[in-house]
Design a protein around this ligand. Structure first.
Ligand code: 5GP
Length: 178
């Protein structure tokens, strides 16, 4: 693997496609075991989760369903700062076993927001799966249930994650060159 350029920045190899695939297989097997007979609903957060979701799904052998949502954030006029909005969330989550599928947890803002919004729909259970987790950047006490890799707080691209729209199609994960 060699360095890649995305827009104006250089990224260095960080986690190989082989390492990712091996880890996703483990996560899929764990979900399969934990949710057998409960027909979980995996809800992917667009756009970053698409590749992780597609790979994860193929390791879940028992019946499951999928859906996708999108979170947008903008600066509100109030002092609370960023206001988030979720699009595409089903009203029929009551009694369902929901697993949120994300690309990365950084500050945890998005995760906390999504967990709160989905809890309002009364799911039977709620879990969080993410391929990457930056514990050092966390601003909330979020503890994801299924984590691919814990990483230091440097900016990464690839495997669904972008830098200004590009880089999602890279099969490996790359870290911004310091
Ligand atoms: P949080 O709400 O946890 O701060 O951030 C979650 C979102 O920020 C992710 O879904 C992702 O879009 C973006 N993000 C955070 N860290 C990174 C990173 O290292 N690389 C990329 N490409 N996106 C990131």
């Amino acid at each position: 693997m060699s360095e890649v350029q995305v827009h104006d920045k250089i990224f260095t190899p960080f986690i190989t496609a082989g390492q990712i695939q091996a880890r996703v297989a483990e996560l899929g097997a764990a979900i399969d075991r934990d949710y057998a007979g409960r027909k979980p609903l995996l809800i992917g957060v667009l756009n970053g989760s698409v590749i992780f979701m597609a790979d994860l799904l193929r390791h879940i052998r028992s019946a499951c369903e999928i859906g996708f949502i999108r979170v947008s954030s903008y600066h509100g006029t109030e002092s609370s700062g960023k206001v988030k909005n979720v699009m595409g969330l089903s009203d029929e989550l009551s009694g369902r076993h929901v697993i949120i599928v994300e690309d990365i947890i950084d500050t945890g803002d998005t995760a906390v927001y999504l967990l709160d919004e989905i809890k309002k729909k009364n799911p039977a259970s709620l879990a969080f799966a993410t391929i990457l987790f930056k514990p050092a950047a966390l601003r909330h006490p979020v503890k994801p249930d299924y984590v691919g890799f814990e990483i230091p707080p440097a900016f990464v691209v690839g495997y669904g994650l972008d830098y200004d729209g590009l880089g999602r199609n890279l099969a490996d994960i790359y870290q911004l060159k310091s």
